[in-house]
Design a binder for this molecule. Structure first.
Ligand code: GLC
Length: 480
């Protein structure tokens, strides 16, 4: 007996079992074309540097968000953490992506990595045009290399100053410091007072001074606020060897042992956070806005004691470093369609959550609202190398492209050696300038001293709103 398929009749006899197999195969080919899709559920791997940035039981990308994604789409997600420091994270992510293996499919991308990871990640611009229209163009520019969108902005962040509300009250201050000079004066007074009350190991100001990317972020704020430029300017001129940058490093070195503990030079970001929040032995701390907004504000004992305001201003401006992470899609991913679905899902969720968060915060914690300048960084303009219209300043990663890691390592080494007292600042700056010329091939030039426009202050009681984004800059005294 022959087998009829449509009007075609085979001329040779087939057993019923064989006929069934042939039919199944033919159907599969008709349904799926030449590349039959596996019916196995797909799992995408997501390596997430922000995971290590969490303070509490929460993860920054909450696992229930990933579970929702799996429920909606049937696509599994393997969520992987990374080491703690930015330089170690970059080593790992670059190694994983660079070896051409199919995992990870999705990677968190620090705002400074796009130039370094450009070859390993897909251009997301064509796939995410709609999403991009609701994200700040300057932040998008930080993730763009030679016209390719290497990662889509996901969590933007900015440097902020944390302060102890209870201590400000105790020492009669109505507002947190708005300039470095005020920070120094308040630190000295509170430190002396607290030590006299029995806290012998109390210090005024904590910041991450270990030789890591956190130091680049801090030192950039010190020098931009004093008119010392951005290490490498947007037009590719190496500007770091100038008197204002040098003075700003000297000022920070002078803090050590005076208002900051000598151990700051070995403290990474998370050491400082733990120290500040949980040991309570310092008055001020330079950290990131998201740390507070994501984790700490949910812990009432901390929220009631700790306020958040903008980084103090110097004689030139107030400057807060732009930080944060985007999401990138590996060129070697075997599940790029599903990985893109995950990226889209997370970005959409984030846009919704941020809208709700901004609304909730503005109603419940008005003093927090301004420093939600991470949102400012998203919604208004950030200085990402093309212009400077707010206090947000980008590291020179866009201009240094794939050389950024070397640039930052050289900068860290120079500043750290000044902090440790191993080199004098003018020599360290001159030698850094030579290193940067060798690394990048760029020419040297003067820093661009943009004045960041002053914001009108609203002058509320805590001073947090007032200080956020305002410069209040006054020429600081020469170093003693
Ligand atoms: C924060 C920022 C990131 C920066 C890092 C430095 O995580 O979001 O951009 O590189 O701190 O420690």
């Amino acid at each position: 007996m022959g087998l009829t398929i449509g009007s075609w009749k085979t001329s040779w006899p087939l057993s019923t079992k064989t006929a069934r197999i042939v039919c199944t195969l033919l159907f599969s080919l008709i349904l799926y074309g030449e590349h039959p899709i596996s019916r196995e559920p797909v799992t995408v791997t997501f390596v997430d540097p922000e995971w290590s940035h969490d303070l509490t039981e929460h993860t920054v990308v909450a696992d229930d968000r990933l579970k929702d994604f799996t429920q909606e789409t049937g696509i599994g997600v393997k969520h992987l953490p990374t080491p703690e420091t930015t330089l170690d994270q970059l080593d790992l992510v670059r190694k994983l992506l660079g070896q051409g293996s199919s995992t990870p499919d999705v990677s968190g991308v620090d705002v400074i990595w796009p130039g370094v990871l450009n070859d390993e990640l897909m251009d997301l611009k064509p796939s995410l045009a709609t999403e991009l229209s609701s994200i700040n163009a300057d932040v998008v520019a930080s993730y763009t290399v030679k016209g390719r969108l290497v990662a889509v902005p996901y969590h933007s962040d900015i440097g902020v100053l944390f302060y102890r509300k209870d201590l400000l009250r105790r020492y009669g201050y109505r507002a947190p410091p708005r300039t470095w000079k005020e920070l120094e004066q308040m630190s000295v007074r509170i430190q002396e007072g607290e030590r006299a009350r029995g806290q012998k190991d109390f210090w005024g100001f904590l910041w991450p001074g270990a030789a890591g990317e956190g130091l680049t972020c801090n030192a950039l704020e010190w020098q931009v606020s004093e008119g010392g430029g951005r290490v490498i300017e947007a037009d590719g001129r190496i500007s770091v060897n100038n008197p204002d940058a040098i003075r700003s490093w000297q000022r920070a070195a002078h803090w050590i042992g005076w208002i900051s503990p000598p151990r700051v030079t070995s403290l990474q970001e998370w050491d400082v956070i733990n120290d500040y929040y949980y040991s309570g032995t310092s008055a001020f701390f330079r950290g990131w806005a998201r740390t507070y907004l994501l984790s700490v504000r949910d812990i009432p004992s901390i929220r009631d004691r700790i306020g958040i305001t903008s980084i103090p201003a110097g004689k030139n401006a107030q400057a807060a470093t732009l930080g944060g992470f985007g999401l990138g899609l590996s060129r070697s991913s075997r599940h790029s369609a599903e990985a893109l679905q995950l990226i889209r899902f997370l970005v959409h969720r984030e846009i919704e959550i941020e809208e709700a968060r901004a609304d909730y915060e503005s109603r419940n914690w008005p003093e927090l609202y301004d420093p939600t300048a991470i949102l400012r960084a998203k919604q208004s303009s950030a200085d990402t190398g093309r212009q400077q219209v707010s206090g947000v300043v980008a590291r020179p990663s866009t201009v240094a492209e794939d050389k950024y890691e070397e640039v930052s390592r050289a900068y860290i080494q120079a500043v750290h050696s000044v902090l440790l007292g191993q080199s004098r600042a003018p020599e360290a700056a001159a030698s850094l300038e030579r290193d940067l010329v060798r690394i990048t091939g760029f020419k040297t030039g003067p820093p661009i001293r943009n004045r960041v426009p002053k914001e009108k202050s609203s002058g509320n009681a805590s001073g947090a709103r007032r200080a956020a984004g305002s410069t209040g800059a006054s020429p600081h005294d020469s170093l003693k």
